[in-house]
Ligand binder design. Structure first.
Ligand code: HEM
Length: 123
């Protein structure tokens, strides 16, 4: 289910294999480091629910973009989408993200700027 959600909602910016577009859209292939960091699971869920805005450095490249929020996705869809990206693009073996984790964070709305401030310090 995550693959379809990815192609419908994310692929136009982050590209077919999550490699991103240099200078415009960051890759998603490094996200194992993010999900394993303290606060990383929460950050990834918030990026999808609330979007992201501000200066972000990924793998040595800086982005200064705006990602829209995807509040319309259901809790289970957000979990499926992130688990697809993590296992397929980031080769992560982290514990899968659950719909319950998404639900808990949906109850606490955040601005896309504050989502960026909550990012764990991962290069
Ligand atoms: C950043 C995931 C859709 C544009 C990010 C990050 C994640 C992510 C996890 C942060 C990476 C990090 O902190 O290392 C997703 C998912 C999407 C999606 C799962 C589908 C639900 C989109 C779309 C666009 C977009 C459609 C373009 C309209 C961006 C931009 C950033 C970003 C510009 C960097 C923002 C900044 O510079 O602060 N995305 N994304 N994303 N995404 Fe997406």
């Amino acid at each position: 289910p995550g693959a379809k959600l990815y192609s419908a909602n994310c692929q136009s910016c982050h590209q077919a294999t999550g490699q991103g577009l240099p200078g415009a859209f960051p890759p998603l292939t490094h996200l194992d480091k993010v999900v394993q960091a303290k606060g990383g699971r929460e950050y990834l869920i918030r990026v999808v629910l609330y979007g992201l805005q501000g200066s972000l450095t990924v793998e040595g490249k800086t982005y200064n973009g705006v990602m829209p929020p995807f509040r319309q996705l259901k809790d289970q869809e957000v979990a499926d989408l992130l688990n697809h990206i993590l296992t397929t693009f980031a080769k992560s073996k982290a514990k899968p993200i659950s719909a319950e984790e998404v639900k808990a964070l949906r109850a606490k709305a955040m601005s896309p700027q504050d989502v960026l401030k909550s990012r764990p310090p991962v290069k």
